[in-house]
Ligand binder design. Structure first.
Ligand code: PMP
Ligand code: GLU
Length: 394
């Protein structure tokens, strides 16, 4: 095995979902709040477009960066939603936003380059940077600031080796959303460091409970250094179709196209046709789902406030809540001590049969992540069970 694969950690979100499935296969009634995936079906009009694509013979290799029609739809989406001016040549469509992020990192990072990652962060960021032989530099947002990183913190973390700043907004796992003012303050710092690029992961853009999505690429002074990541998995409930994209300068987009041409080629022809239809259909379906997530967020917050020792805040977007659970560290049950978020999440899985993801993988070992992309009934039952199980600890 290569050093590369030996050094790579398994994705903890995927690992926990696997454990939950295994327990369920043994006959246990497991409620899985571990995986970050919409529980909604892909809207029918999108499924119909895929069926039509098969019937019309879209079964051949596609251009590596995606069908021109889809890239144009994506460019139009950026104009419509974000007031960003991109041409199809700035867009690269990939097999999920995960690949878009990997493309960008692999195209920009040399061994030893530092990548500042706003923490808590999505599990795959750190590992993708390591794959590129870069050095992840997590910068932790404070709970008092809804876990968002400030301009002062960014300033302190930048060195001459910094190549990229990488973050998500709305954030997985915290649900924090950066405002225009906050992004402008960060961009002011970046203006002084022309070698630093930004990867802004906006995949949860359509799941925003406060409104007002802001894009770093909207800030003219640094625009050419910003790579915006987005995709269809979350907003349009299309996780299995594997379509994501990035928008970047022509040079960076061309580099990502070249990278992808040697690794996967263009993403699935049928999925691209479905994605094109998704965008043509506008935001009605995403808005309906976002309204359900908002209601569930409020339900979860209300139920979580009844659980002693869970330190919460109000997530502004995405479908996660990431309470600080360190209150329970050092407590015991049946001779075993809970000494970490991982211990607590394993206890909740075995005792309450509720799967969550422990915060270590997100750079925050005092927290655990709950996905609220589940029905009201499941959420209510999961939190009832968790409350009962935690009451056993002393
Ligand atoms: N970024 C974030 C923050 C995510 O939570 C996810 C979830 N899978 C992704 C990127 C990747 O999404 P996908 O590859 O399904 O488009
Ligand atoms: N992004 C989702 C999550 O955070 C899906 C799993 C993954 O791709 O890691 O759970």
């Amino acid at each position: 095995m290569s050093d590369r694969i030996l050094a790579l950690a398994e994705s903890q979100t995927i690992a926990m979902a696997k454990k939950a499935r295994e327990l369920a296969a043994q006959g246990h009634d497991v409620i899985n709040l571990s995986f970050g995936e919409p529980d909604f079906q892909t809207p029918d009009y999108i499924k119909e477009a895929a069926k039509q694509a098969i019937d019309e013979g879209f079964t051949f290799y596609t251009p590596v960066a995606g069908y021109p029609e889809l890239r144009q739809e994506i460019a139009d989406k950026f104009k419509r939603d974000n007031n960003l001016n991109y041409k199809p040549e700035n867009i690269v469509v990939s097999t999920g936003a995960k690949q878009s992020i990997a493309n960008a990192v692999l195209c920009l990072v040399n061994p030893g380059d530092e990548v500042i990652i706003f923490s808590p962060y999505w599990v795959s960021y750190e590992e993708i940077v390591k794959l590129a032989e870069g050095v992840p530099v997590p910068v932790m947002g404070r709970l008092e600031n809804d876990y968002k990183v400030t301009a002062e913190q960014l300033e302190k973390a930048i060195t001459t080796n910094t190549k990229i700043v990488l973050y998500s907004s709305p954030c997985n796992p915290t649900g924090a959303v950066y405002s225009t003012e906050e992004l402008q303050a960060l961009a002011k710092v970046l203006e002084k460091h022309p070698q630093v690029h930004v990867i802004a992961d906006e995949i949860y853009e359509y799941i925003n409970f406060e409104g007002g999505h802001a894009s770093m690429a909207g800030i003219a002074a640094i625009r050419d250094r910003v790579i915006t990541i987005n995709g269809f998995s979350k907003g349009y409930a299309m996780t299995g179709w594997r379509v994501g994209y990035l928008a970047a300068s022509k040079e960076i987009a061309a580099a990502c196209d070249k990278m992808q041409s040697q690794i996967t080629s263009g993403t699935c022809s049928i999925a691209q046709k479905a994605a094109t239809a998704a965008l043509k259909g506008g935001k009605a379906a995403p808005e309906e789902m976002a309204a359900a997530y908002r209601r569930r967020r409020d339900l979860v917050l209300q139920l979580m406030n009844e659980i002693p020792g869970f330190q919460t805040y109000v997530p502004s977007g995405a479908f996660y809540i990431f309470p600080d659970v360190s209150h329970y560290f050092g407590k015991r049950y049946q001779g075993q001590t809970i000494s970490s978020a991982l211990d607590l999440s394993l206890f909740l899985l075995t005792d309450a049969h509720v799967a969550v993801v422990s915060g270590e993988a997100f750079g925050a070992g005092q927290c655990i992540r709950f996905s609220f992309a589940a029905s009201d009934e499941k959420l209510t039952e999961a939190l009832r069970r968790i409350k009962n199980s935690l009451a056993k600890l002393n």
